[in-house]
Write a protein that binds this ligand. Structure first.
Ligand SMILES: NC(=O)c1ccc[n+]([C@@H]2O[C@H](COP(=O)([O-])OP(=O)(O)OC[C@H]3O[C@@H](n4cnc5c(N)ncnc54)[C@H](O)[C@@H]3O)[C@@H](O)[C@H]2O)c1
Length: 443
């Protein structure tokens, strides 16, 4: 990626990394044989999700968080306390202050540390391609939160990074629902023909508004944007690339591919909070064989939360909710809690009640996704320990591009095709978008 956000130090770093070539992980770093040789993990981006996934990963007997990096000192302080408590439970010492990195170049310092085997990237979506590039160039395995960037160029760049890492490093992209046992079983059955020929799907992501963080009267405009990146189109990719991307990922998984075109509409009608992200969108994604998927996403209010997909086939209908039913009606009935065909549509829709969405927004979901993070992080650790490395760059980028296709159709208010999107090379240039991190150097 060129035009990196200013002063994150990538130019100097990349010249060194390029001179050395992409480092191959040293065999002694593939740990797990000795009881005291847990993978040493560093967290880059110490916010809500970082801490949630990190908790699942830290509970793995062969993984241990030993380093932290963040733009802001207060985030590091909170995270240190959290990880010191986790370490104490496992009988480890806490985070060594020498392995705490802050400021715009923190990502580079943590990537280059020779005390680490794995980096977990949980920074805002916009930064993922730059951060992932540094981590892979330094020869570290990586768990990178979704999406793979916020524009076409970023997604393509991550695909290229993935090719270079193939067979050398494990690269996990954070679409954890693909590891949730109820969803795994449902999709296995669909792929085995339980629905027959699929005609269409109806999906939605009905979220509450996010809880706006504490006001910071002294913060600069850029600090406010970064701390509140979910409200910023450029830093988050907007609600569809950041949030309902999970539903699109399930559609790509079930339908074994990506949409070929999209039409959509959306905007901001109800939300009065800061920022420029949409609060509602409607899209229709057309997959191969003219399978149409409708996706309705809202993100406002404080009293209701439900996420669901229904695939309609010649032999049956599947229904899956984050919190509630996951099952199949029709010729081959099944439900994940063993209820056979006894489930009835929509009886178990999950409404959180007022102000109940914060945990869901952080990906801490209760119900069908209970085991998703644990299974996902376990598979990642196992891939490193066994040397059967994961490489989810292409799949993650495909889903990210699918969400970008939908967003582009919404913004343009017209049909946009996959081919048109890919040739557009759409790019959010940090210079033009005012993302210059220089001001945080002395924080
Ligand atoms: N898979 C899921 O279900 C799920 C759920 C929530 C969030 N996420 C993803 O996790 C990521 C983080 O989300 P979050 O909710 O934890 O956000 P957050 O704002 O709580 O945390 C982000 C952290 O990154 C730090 N940061 C920002 N810019 C940085 C930079 N340039 N260098 C270093 N640190 C920087 C911030 O200070 C903050 O501590 C996002 O990519 C988001 O899409 C995934």
């Amino acid at each position: 990626m060129t035009n990196e956000p200013k002063n994150i130090g990538r130019r100097e770093f990349m010249s060194a990394a390029t001179a050395a070539g992409l480092m191959i992980i040293k065999p002694e770093l593939v740990r797990g044989t000795a009881a005291n040789s847990a993978l040493r993990v560093g967290l880059l981006g110490c916010g809500h999700r970082g801490t949630a996934v990190a908790t699942a990963l830290a509970e793995h007997p062969n993984a241990r968080y030993v380093a932290l990096a963040d733009l802001f000192p207060d985030q590091l302080e909170k995270a240190k306390q959290h990880f010191d408590e986790l370490a104490a439970k496992k009988g480890y010492s806490g985070i060594d202050p020498k392995l705490i990195f802050k400021g715009p170049k923190a990502y580079q310092a943590i990537a280059e540390s020779d005390q680490l085997d794995v980096i977990h990237i949980a920074t805002p979506d916009f930064f993922h391609p730059w951060h992932l590039e540094a981590v892979l160039a330094a020869g570290k395995h990586c768990y990178c939160e979704k999406p793979t960037g916020v524009d076409v160029r970023a997604a393509k760049h991550i695909m290229e990074l993935g090719k270079k890492a193939e067979g050398r490093l494990s690269l996990e992209i954070g679409f954890q629902i693909r590891c949730a046992p109820p969803y795994v079983e449902m999709v296995k059955r669909i792929h085995a023909g339980a629905l027959g020929k699929i005609a269409q799907a109806s999906t939605y992501y009905h979220a509450t508004g996010l809880t706006y963080p504490a006001r910071r009267p002294d913060a600069s405009p850029l600090e406010l944007r970064i701390r509140n990146f979910y409200w910023d189109r450029v830093l988050s990719g907007d609600i569809i690339v950041d949030q309902s991307i999970h539903v699109i990922d399930i559609c790509n998984w079930v339908l074994k591919g990506h949409p070929l075109k999209a039409v959509g509409t959306g905007g901001r009608k109800v939300r009065q909070d800061w920022g420029n992200t949409c609060d509602h969108i409607d899209v229709i994604l057309t997959y191969p064989d003219n399978v149409r998927v409708s996706l309705n996403h809202v993100q406002f209010g404080d009293c209701f939360w439900d996420v669901a997909e229904r695939f309609f086939g010649a032999k049956g209908v599947s229904e899956s909710h984050y919190s509630g039913i996951v099952g199949i009606y029709g010729d081959e009935p099944w439900s994940w809690n063993g209820g056979g065909n006894s489930i009835s549509p929509s009886t178990n829709i999950f409404a959180l009640g007022r102000k109940g969405g914060a945990e869901e927004a952080a990906g801490k979901l209760h119900g069908a996704l209970d085991e998703a993070d644990t299974e996902k992080t376990k598979a990642f650790v196992d891939s490193i320990l066994t040397g059967k490395y994961h490489n989810q760059a292409a799949q993650g980028a495909e889903t990210t591009l699918s969400a970008i296709l939908a967003r582009t159709a919404v913004y343009a208010d017209r049909e946009v095709t996959w081919d048109e999107l890919l040739t557009s090379n759409q790019y959010y240039d940090p210079d033009l978008e005012g993302i210059d991190l220089t001001e945080f150097e002395s924080s």
